[in-house]
Design a protein. Structure first.
Length: 157
């Protein structure tokens, strides 16, 4: 099964691409729920590894990891995507410059093994794209949500 999304962003392809290169930027938008946080480690080169840990406001965590298999500056990213339940799916991002400095982002997630995982990843990517839109519209003051109860829970655990 395959997911396919298209979104247009009011930033240049270079600016949008930079939001994928930087773990510091990714932690602001690579979440699918408003009250969740992300910790991102990334070696953004072909063959480089990445790890994304998303922490919920209830103290649960989800891990996503894999390898960048193709990177073309400001235009394309391919990555092997795995999580706690699905291994070796393929995610592609294509960045296409549009009119008046906009960029169309096409996200494809391929090799999804079942309807359940299709639905789960559809919800995940919709949330991430929502947060990416918000981040590109207001990146400077866009704070990473920090739930004080969650921080205390992590210290105790």
């Amino acid at each position: 099964m395959e997911l396919h999304f298209e979104r247009t962003f009011n930033v240049s392809a270079a600016d949008l691409f930079s939001d994928f290169k930087s773990p510091e930027k990714m932690q602001h938008w690579f979440i699918n729920n408003d009250y969740w946080t992300a910790e991102v480690e990334s070696n953004f080169i072909k063959g480089g590894k990445y790890h994304l840990e998303i922490n919920t406001d209830l103290g649960n965590s989800f891990n996503y990891f894999g390898e960048y298999t193709d990177i073309r500056e400001n235009s394309h990213i391919d990555m092997v995507w795995s999580d706690q339940e699905v291994e070796d799916t393929l995610v592609s991002f294509d960045f296409s410059p549009g009119p008046r400095g906009t960029t169309k982002l096409t996200l494809t997630h391929a090799n999804i093994p079942s309807q359940k995982f299709y639905n789960d990843h559809k919800t995940f990517w919709e949330g991430c794209l929502k947060h990416l839109t918000e981040y590109t519209e207001n990146p400077d003051p866009y704070a990473t949500y920090q739930d004080p109860d969650f921080k205390e829970y992590r210290k105790a655990g």
